[in-house]
Design a protein around this ligand. Structure first.
Ligand code: M6R
Length: 369
């Protein structure tokens, strides 16, 4: 059942191109527009929405953080992302014009379920993004957009995350399409790029041997830090979460701009710091900033591991280890940038002799609050 792989996690990482393609299947029509008929919230209602609130836990929460950038950019609807476990306890402001998006692989996470029940009690519509047919969260939601990752067995979420991202982009683009925004051309271009993205994920998977080698060489380290900007920031958080749960190492993700406000004090000689660099095309300001962040940490002794777009000449001189990923539109970069981080954590866990598919103290779905 592991299809020749040592672990389910390895199999599930390898299945990502297909999972991504399957999640897009049938949702982009021949004219390049989105058809999400299964989302049974009328276009009239979608036009009335004045706020989106995303609730989720763990890896699904990171997908939500990335979705916020996409939703606010393409639709100009304000979007909040909240840990489901915190949501109902702070008396959130919700009404019938709020669209609540609950993201969950299993569809059984109690924190997320309680958050969505709370939202519905306040009259908000709930759209579930879920990987498990007929599970509780989609059953209790007003609408559901299923991710088509297939069963995910390993406790550490990989292919479900990539498909959650795809689903989030679809929701963001669909809202943009339904409501009409000044980004019409960009939306059409991104839909085209999205329809080709599974090939890029495939390409990344083919270049992972140096990442595995690097992970093995770091197996005796105690701490790894992860930095990113813009959508690279949640990717950094996800990289750190994978390392915590699989390698049982101290790992933290930071927004790179926040470094100088405290975390830079953590940097010690030869400490591995993974940096997710945004594309040098497009928003080049962001890229300039990350280059100076990399210089700052390197000057303080960090061993820099930089995930950057192919051909990114500007970061190369400051990268002790360079991991190249294919060029994508800025907002879609997490689909390719996360993959090396999954491979990195999986290999480090293996090198440390940990149980990859079933990390200590964890369950695949957390059905208690
Ligand atoms: O089934 P869900 O997506 O609701 O699960 C949410 C989290 O428990 C889950 O993503 C968890 O953080 C993973 N083990 C991370 O790899």
């Amino acid at each position: 059942e592991k299809g020749g792989y040592d672990y389910f996690m390895l199999k599930e990482i390898a299945e990502q191109p297909k999972a991504v393609a399957d999640t897009l299947l049938g949702r982009i029509d021949a004219a390049g527009s989105l058809t999400l008929d299964e989302v049974r919230i009328s276009t009239a209602e979608l036009r009335e929405i004045d706020k989106v609130v995303i609730v989720a836990c763990g890896t699904a929460f990171h997908a939500g953080l990335i979705a916020k950038y996409a939703i606010e950019h393409w639709t100009r609807i304000p979007c909040e992302v909240e840990l489901a476990s915190e949501f109902r306890y702070r008396d959130p402001i919700l009404d019938p014009r709020t669209l609540v998006v609950a993201i969950s692989q299993s569809g059984e996470t109690m924190d997320t379920l309680m958050a969505l029940r709370h939202a519905r009690e306040q009259g908000s519509k709930v759209l579930a993004i879920c990987n498990t047919n007929g599970s509780t969260i989609p059953r209790e939601s007003d609408a559901v957009l299923y991710t088509h990752a297939g069963p995910e067995v390993a406790v550490a979420s990989t292919k479900a995350f990539l498909t959650q991202l795809v689903a989030c982009y679809l929701v963001a683009l669909y809202l943009g399409q339904v409501r009409g925004t000044k980004w019409g051309d960009e939306i059409r271009a991104v839909i085209r790029d999205l329809s080709k993205i599974s090939q890029e994920v495939e390409r990344v998977l083919k270049t992972m041997e140096p990442v595995r080698e690097l992970a093995r060489s770091l197996s005796a380290k105690n701490t790894v830090l992860f930095l990113g900007r813009h959508v690279g920031y949640p990717v950094a958080l996800e990289g750190a979460l994978k390392l915590k749960e699989l390698a049982y190492m101290h790992a933290e993700g930071f927004a790179a701009g926040e470094l100088k406000h405290g975390p830079i004090a953590l940097i010690e000689e030869d400490m591995p710091v993974v940096v997710v660099a945004p594309s040098p095309r497009g928003r080049s300001v962001l890229h300039d900033k990350i280059v100076s962040n990399i210089q700052e940490i390197r000057a303080r002794g960090a061993r820099t591991i930089v995930i950057a777009e192919e051909g990114d000449e500007a970061v190369a001189p400051y990268a002790d280890h360079l991991i190249s990923i294919p060029a994508t539109p800025t907002l879609l970069q997490p689909l390719v940038a996360t993959v090396p981080l999954q491979v990195f954590a999986c290999e480090l866990a293996t090198a440390r002799g940990n149980e990859v598919d079933q990390p200590r103290n964890l369950a695949k779905s957390v059905t208690v609050e």
